[in-house]
Design a protein around this ligand. Structure first.
Ligand SMILES: O=C(O)CCC(=O)C(=O)O
Ligand SMILES: [Fe+2]
Length: 307
C-alpha cells in the first residue's frame, strides 16, 4: 500500500513543530525531513530543476567509457564492478584504517576500539567518522576520480557535491543482520549515487553488497523503512537480487535509492568505503569544511569537506 502524504511527512519528524525545530537547529534538515513526502516522479522533477540551476563543467566532454558507466547506472541501478585501484594505493589506505581506532555508533558507550578487537559479539559493524575517512591517504583522489565525477555530472546534469563519506568493517560470525545489513533505500537527497570501494576482497562469504536490480525505478515499498529478505523477494522476485563480489580495491557505482544491503559476512571481515554524490548537502556530513584544499580539487564538488 502506498503511504499517505501525512504518513510520509511523519517518516522523519513526528510533527510540524519538530520539523521547524530541526530546521532551526540545522537548515539542511528542511530538505532531508521533507524528502519522503515526494514520490519518485516528483523527486526526479526536483532533481532535474536543481541540475539545470547548479554549476557545470566548462567544455564538459565525457569519454565513451564514462557515458557507458552512466548508462548502466541509470538502466540497472548499478555499474559493473570496475578494475581495482593500484595495489600500493590500496595498501596505504587499508594500513591507515587498520591503524585508526573505529567505533560502533549504536554502542557509543564502548568507545573506540581496534578494527580486529571489537569488544562485543553484538558489534556487527565498526565505523570511521567522516573526518577519519577524509584524512586517509589518497582519499581526495578516491573521491575525485575524473571518470566518476564525469559520470555523476552526466547523471545529475550539473557538478555533483561529495557528501556523506565513510568507511566501515563488517564482522563475520554474527547471527542477526543489523542496520545497513537489512534491505533499505537510502533517502538522503532527491538523487543519490554512492561510489563503493571494496577495500578487502569480497567473495560470497565476505558479506557481498546486495542490490535489487531496477528497484531504483520502482515505487514498490517506497519507504525509508528496512525490509526483510522475504518482503524483498516477494516484491521484486529472487532473480533481481544480485550479490556483488570483487577483488580488493575494486569499485562500483550504485543508485542507492534502489534496495540494497550488506550481506552478513560468513567467515571474513569486510572493509567498505562509501562516497556519496548528491545535489546538495545532507545532514550527515560536517557542518563546516575539515581540511584546506591542497589544490587541484574542484572547490564546488568538494565544498562540504574542503575550505
Ligand atoms: O554494507 C553494505 O554493503 C551496504 C552499505 C549501505 O547500505 C550504504 O552505504 O548505503
Ligand atoms: Fe544504504
Amino acid at each position: 500500500m502506498t503511504p499517505t502524504f501525512s504518513e510520509r511527512l511523519r517518516t522523519r519528524v513526528p510533527s510540524l513543530k519538530r520539523l521547524s525545530e530541526r530546521a532551526r537547529e540545522d537548515k539542511r534538515h528542511i530538505a532531508y525531513d521533507l524528502l519522503p513526502t515526494l514520490g519518485l516522479p516528483q523527486r526526479g522533477g526536483v532533481a532535474a530543476l536543481i541540475g539545470a540551476l547548479k554549476p557545470k563543467t566548462h567544455d564538459f566532454a565525457p569519454s565513451d567509457q564514462t557515458r557507458a558507466l552512466c548508462h548502466t547506472l541509470q538502466q540497472d541501478g548499478l555499474t559493473p564492478v570496475q578494475p581495482a585501484i593500484p595495489a600500493d594505493v590500496l595498501k596505504d589506505v587499508v594500513d591507515y584504517f587498520k591503524a585508526t581506532p573505529c567505533h560502533d555508533p549504536f554502542r557509543p558507550q564502548v568507545g573506540k576500539f581496534g578494527w580486529d578487537t571489537p569488544p562485543a559479539d553484538e558489534i556487527n559493524m565498526a565505523y570511521y567518522t567522516a573526518e577519519e575517512t577524509l584524512r586517509a591517504p589518497h582519499m581526495l583522489d578516491l573521491m575525485n576520480r575524473p571518470d566518476v565525477l564525469d559520470a555523476m555530472e552526466l547523471h545529475l546534469g550539473c557538478k555533483p557535491v561529495v557528501d556523506n563519506i565513510g568507511a566501515f568493517w563488517s564482522y563475520p560470525q554474527r547471527h542477526t543482520a543489523k542496520g545497513v545489513q537489512r534491505f533499505h533505500r537510502d533517502y538522503d537527497c532527491v538523487q543519490n549515487i554512492k561510489l563503493f570501494y571494496y577495500l578487502t576482497e569480497v567473495d560470497d562469504d565476505a558479506g557481498p553488497h546486495m542490490f535489487v536490480r531496477g528497484s531504483h525505478h520502482d515505487r514498490i515499498l517506497e519507504t525509508g523503512k528496512a525490509q526483510t529478505d522475504a518482503a524483498i523477494t516477494e516484491a521484486f522476485g529472487a532473480d533481481r537480487i544480485t550479490a556483488i563480489t570483487g577483488p580488493a580495491g575494486s569499485w562500483f557505482l550504485e543508485d542507492v535509492y534502489g534496495f540494497h544491503k550488506g550481506q552478513l559476512p560468513v567467515n571474513k571481515p569486510r572493509l567498505l568505503l562509501a562516497i556519496q554524490y548528491n545535489l546538495y548537502a545532507s545532514p550527515h556530513c560536517p557542518k563546516a569544511p575539515i581540511m584546506d584544499n591542497p589544490g587541484g580539487c574542484d572547490p564546488y564538488i568538494n565544498r562540504i569537506f574542503l575550505r
